[in-house]
Design a protein around this ligand. Structure first.
Ligand code: URA
Length: 258
């Protein structure tokens, strides 16, 4: 039962999507798209969604290159500066976060997007399982943002953010929100969200009349940006990796809504 649940069977088979994610080619959410786009073959035949493979015997290719099976997992935290794309490559040749990973030879990919002009915590790994756990909304991993906004300090806006806002026809609620800092400084909001829609925090702020001046992600579940310099990266400690797995599997509640 346990083996079947995690995608492996007793006869050495496992789901192709799990095998690809485990091999670090993309997160589990994205490997199905690679299969659907016809970019994956198994033993020379086009792969289909839901297919099983025997990693010890079958030859799996992505875009004509053999997928080599499990790699040593690598876990990185980067303090993304503004002006970088949080993707592995850009067809328009813009700078991506990959150019900041000097000295990293493993094929890591960013987990969860950060806008081009946004900054802060970007988790990167070649562990497709953990990437899947962290990004799937059902696991409710809370991301915390510190947002500098233009507009008046108004507690009723916090109440509106907490009671839910309609974005693209869907009701979205922040898990928590509060003002930070005192008078005389730019107005700053701390917002925790577990959903991952594009530009979510900007949409939330705009919908209550704030203009976003600066957006920094400071936490992903139990993982904190801390004092990492802008543009710098470091490997996670084994403890941090363990906490991320536990937080993603058990639901990391973060700060509770009042
Ligand atoms: N919400 C946004 O608006 N932008 C980000 O980069 C992340 C969350």
């Amino acid at each position: 039962m346990g083996n079947q649940q995690d995608g492996r069977s007793a006869v050495g088979e496992e789901r192709l999507s799990r095998f690809l994610a485990r091999s670090g080619v993309a997160s589990r959410r994205h490997v199905d798209a690679l299969i659907a786009e016809g970019r994956v073959t198994v033993n020379g035949k086009l792969a289909v969604l839901g297919q099983k493979v025997r990693p010890a015997e079958d030859r799996v290719f992505l875009d004509g290159r053999e997928v080599g099976g499990a790699q040593e997992p690598v876990y990185i935290i980067l303090n993304k500066p503004p002006g970088y794309l949080s993707t592995c490559a850009d067809p328009r040749g813009r700078r991506t976060v990959m150019s900041l990973l000097e000295g990293v030879s493993a094929r890591v990919f960013p987990v969860g997007r950060l806008d081009y002009d946004a900054e802060g915590l970007l988790f990167m790994t070649n562990d497709g399982e953990l990437a899947y756990l962290l990004t799937h909304p059902k696991h409710k991993v809370i991301k915390e943002y510190v947002v500098t906004v233009a507009g008046p300090r108004d507690e009723s806006k916090i109440q509106r953010i907490l009671s839910g806002i309609i974005i693209g026809g869907k009701r979205v609620q922040a898990d928590y929100a509060r003002f930070q800092g005192g008078d005389g400084r730019p107005l700053t909001l701390v917002i925790g969200v577990h959903e991952g829609q594009k530009h979510l925090v900007k949409h939330i702020c705009r919908s209550v009349g704030y203009t976003v001046k600066r957006l920094i992600r400071v936490k992903v579940g139990p993982l904190c940006l801390g004092s990492l310099d802008r543009g710098a990266w470091r490997y996670l400690t084994p403890r941090e990796v363990k906490d991320l797995y536990a937080g993603a599997r058990n639901g990391w509640e973060g700060e509770r809504k009042e």
